[in-house]
Ligand binder design. Structure first.
Ligand code: F6P
Length: 547
């Protein structure tokens, strides 16, 4: 880090960690009755309780100072005002403009981007609604019953996650997702579909991604073989969501079925653009707009709230505290909401593709840890798989616990079971169970002394495991929009403090490049010798053993 004041704060944080680690959170709670009031933030429908963290006022003060001396405020403004902060690709980062429903202009290179955004948004919303209400007909005059989004990475994970999260808002048109280049994915989906009533959305920012193009081509052939190669019919069943208009036209997509966006929308931030068309088909344009509105509320909160009360900033700083000062190399996200089944998977791309980097803005290699491994899945399922390790393993794994207070299914008593587990886990992780408590428990159960002594160490929980609790009332489109934007901004803040460019993804290129050459190797006769001995042997084995 170049900034010497920042280095100083970093050092102070290291020293402070050594002091604070000898105190348990149990003791901190016992000493401070106001801990929840002090370390929680209410915003709109959201409540963030971050009191169950290994922190005190000094920790927070130092972390906030770290943010200030990282020029966070200036960097936030640079993003919102269209500066080319993605400097390796010479691009602005303006996904926040996509959800700016305020009527205020957003200027990029001297031009207000809002009128163009509105044109594409209106066009996409109108199309989504025409599919939902049966106005758009297929080539035999039947209404569309099934929409298939073909895309990968940001052109898939966001839309699929949102459609899963907002399943209670789903209309009659079924939305499916195909992503993997493993042909099983598309074949399985096509099996149950009728070409006369199916519409494909080819979602790809670049319209060159190998996996998406292979699946798009397969669906095209599937459709044409049914419609006697009728290209005019194809136009009624394919739409494209892309920045590469020329490639969409070449593929055979009708002009008015191409929905465009701009290079300043990063793939993992694109669900707010026309890439979200599948979402609008699923939940309707009015709900899609509510989701944008929720995200916009979080944008405003992030942009204008002092760091001490700023949810994304606090989350980011806590993440830095554990990654850099407690050597926590992973971070778990555990939603206790079945509808958030795909949420962690979505956050994996958002976080790890953004901050999984080791080169700073000035081109040097970092000498500190950057983005953690993001993982997890829904509770209560996870309690019966990996929670053992979080409770009693050797690694410190900070975690976000996310849940809704309302019971959407109507089964309130079962929702109470879910929520009792939700609260119990963060309490258990914080408090643990001491040797004395275990001994008392075993004695009360009538166990003899010898058995108690041998079982005792296994039943002790060290506790002191940090968690954030994020509660919302109900997972509405607006609340989901807020939640997603909250994590986007958390990732942004961490990228600024780690001095990374969070908006490029060069690390995915090498594998793509090599795969192209290997695909060519498959077509060659004779031994393949152009790689290392392991890769050569594996390719040759594959070629000789595939049926
Ligand atoms: O592989 C990385 C990546 O470029 C992601 O960042 C992106 O979301 C995904 O591929 C898909 O890209 P596209 O939308 O251009 O097909």
């Amino acid at each position: 880090m170049k900034n010497s004041l920042k280095n100083e704060i970093w050092k102070e944080l290291s020293e402070h960690k050594n002091k604070i680690e000898i105190r348990s959170m149990r003791d901190m709670f016992a000493a401070e009755s106001e801990r929840f009031e002090k370390y929680s933030i209410f915003f709109e429908d959201l409540l963030l309780d971050y009191s169950k963290n290994l922190i005190n006022d000094k920790t927070l003060g130092l972390l906030i100072n770290l943010a200030k001396h990282s020029d966070l405020k200036e960097n936030i403004e640079a993003m919102f005002t269209g500066e080319k902060i993605n400097f390796t690709e010479k691009r602005a980062v303006l996904h926040t403009a996509l959800r700016n429903l305020s009527g205020n202009s957003v200027s990029f290179e001297g031009k207000d981007v809002m009128p163009d955004i509105k044109i594409e948004l209106d066009k996409a919303m109108e199309f989504a609604d025409s599919l939902r209400n049966g106005i758009h007909k297929g080539f035999t005059g039947k209404a569309i019953t099934d929409v298939v989004n073909i895309g990968i990475g940001g052109s898939h994970l966001g839309p699929e996650m949102v459609c899963t999260a907002l399943a209670p808002y789903t209309g009659d048109v079924k939305v499916h997702f195909v992503s993997n280049v493993d042909p099983t994915d598309i074949n399985d989906k096509l099996k149950s579909l009728n070409p006369e009533t199916t519409l494909f959305l080819i979602a790809s920012k670049t319209f060159t991604t190998q996996e998406t193009m292979a699946n798009a081509e397969k669906s095209r052939q599937w459709f044409l073989s049914y419609s006697d190669n009728d290209e005019a019919a194809l136009a009624k069943h394919f739409a494209a969501l892309s920045t590469n208009i020329e490639a969409c036209i070449k593929f055979g997509i009708a002009n008015d079925r191409i929905f465009g966006f701009w290079d300043w929308v990063g793939g993992r931030y694109s669900l707010w653009s026309v890439i979200g068309l599948s979402i609008a088909v699923s939940i309707g344009s009015d709900n899609f707009l509510k989701m944008l509105d929720g995200a916009n509320k979080m944008d405003e909160h992030f942009r204008h709230t002092p760091f001490e009360q700023n949810i994304p900033v606090i989350l980011a700083l806590l993440g830095i505290w554990y990654a850099n000062f407690w050597q926590a190399s992973t971070y778990a996200i555990i939603p206790y909401d079945q509808n958030l089944l795909k949420f962690t998977e979505f956050l994996q791309q958002l976080d790890m593709e953004s901050n999984g980097k080791r080169i700073t803005k000035n081109g040097s290699i970092v000498d500190y840890t950057t983005g953690p491994v993001i993982w997890g899945t829904i509770g209560t399922n996870s309690q019966h798989s990996f929670f053992q390790l979080i409770h009693q393993g050797t690694q410190l794994i900070p975690a976000d616990f996310i849940a809704g207070t309302d019971c959407r299914s109507g089964d309130k008593s079962q929702h109470d079971i879910l929520m009792s587990n939700f609260f119990a886990q963060t309490e258990a992780l914080m408090k643990g169970k001491t040797e004395d408590e275990v001994r008392d428990e075993l004695e009360a159960a009538g166990m003899n002394n010898q058995d108690i002594e041998s079982l005792l160490p296994h039943k002790i929980f060290p506790g002191n495991k940090p968690t954030n609790t994020i509660l919302y009332q109900s997972l509405t489109p607006e609340t989901l929009g807020m939640l997603i934007a909250m994590y986007e901004h958390k990732v942004f803040v961490q990228g600024i403090i780690w001095e990374l460019n969070s908006f490029d993804q060069w690390g995915v290129e090498l594998g793509k490049q090599l795969a192209k050459g290997i695909l060519e190797d498959f077509a060659k006769s004779g031994e393949i010798t152009g790689h290392d001995s392991s890769t050569n042997a594996l390719i040759n084995y594959y070629k000789s053993s595939k049926s």
